[in-house]
Write a protein that binds this ligand. Structure first.
Ligand SMILES: [Zn+2]
Ligand SMILES: [Zn+2]
Length: 217
């Protein structure tokens, strides 16, 4: 193979390898970013808003079949929980981060798992997803009222009251899995990778052809 113009062949081979490696790096980068986003981000199954799974405001609703459904706020979580009839809503206090697990059975509030006094768990009702927050105590509710201008005088609802609001909303909302949006840039990066990978063997053929023609002349 490396007779005569061996040096040139080596040169073109290294160009092809570099192109292919760059293609692989692009492809891996795009795939990695997409996978990472899929693992860390989810869309609320009630309203569609995208949330970070680790965000203290995000709630995970586990239906009785073990299915995992993400919610952006406690009201959406109630809507989703009611949709699945039997569900465990895993939330956290917006102020202190303590775990609050709300169990629904037959579309009713069954029991709450919480390390402190459950009576003071409230939903601060800001009237929109971004402003509906779960809090575990009077002190935590107070700290949210004082820390955020938008929360200064929003009403506090009991879990039962919040569930009733969720029940009303369920009638107008469509609950179900929604894919998260993948940024166009990820597709561009992956597409570039695939194009470079595909170009590498073509470039190899073209360069060899060129050399053979050169040799023939
Ligand atoms: Zn939502
Ligand atoms: Zn708290």
């Amino acid at each position: 193979m490396f007779h005569g113009g061996g040096k040139n062949e080596l040169k073109s081979l290294s160009v092809v390898i570099v192109v292919a490696v760059i293609g692989l790096i692009f492809l891996a980068g795009g795939v990695g970013a997409t996978l990472n986003r899929t693992m860390t981000t989810a869309a609320c199954e009630a309203c569609g808003m995208e949330v970070e799974k680790t965000d203290v405001s995000s709630l995970l609703v586990v239906s009785s079949d073990g299915g995992e459904h993400w919610a952006c706020c406690p009201i959406c979580a109630d809507v989703i929980g009611l949709y699945y009839v039997d569900a465990e809503i895993q939330g956290q206090c917006f102020a202190c981060g303590q775990d609050i697990d709300i169990h629904l059975e037959d579309s009713q509030l069954s029991y709450v798992e919480f390390s402190g006094n459950k009576e003071f768990i409230k939903v601060l009702l800001g009237g929109m997803c971004m402003k509906n927050k779960l809090v575990c105590s009077g002190a935590c509710a107070q700290s949210v009222h004082q820390s955020y201008e938008w929360a200064a005088d929003i009403p506090e609802k009991t879990l039962q009251e919040a569930l009733m609001i969720g029940n009303t909303k369920l009638e107008t909302m469509t609950v179900g899995y929604r894919p998260i949006s993948i940024p166009a840039l990820s597709y561009v990066v992956m597409g570039t990778g695939v194009a470079l990978l595909a170009a590498a063997p073509v470039a190899w053929k073209l360069m060899n052809k060129g050399q053979k023609t050169q040799a023939a002349n």
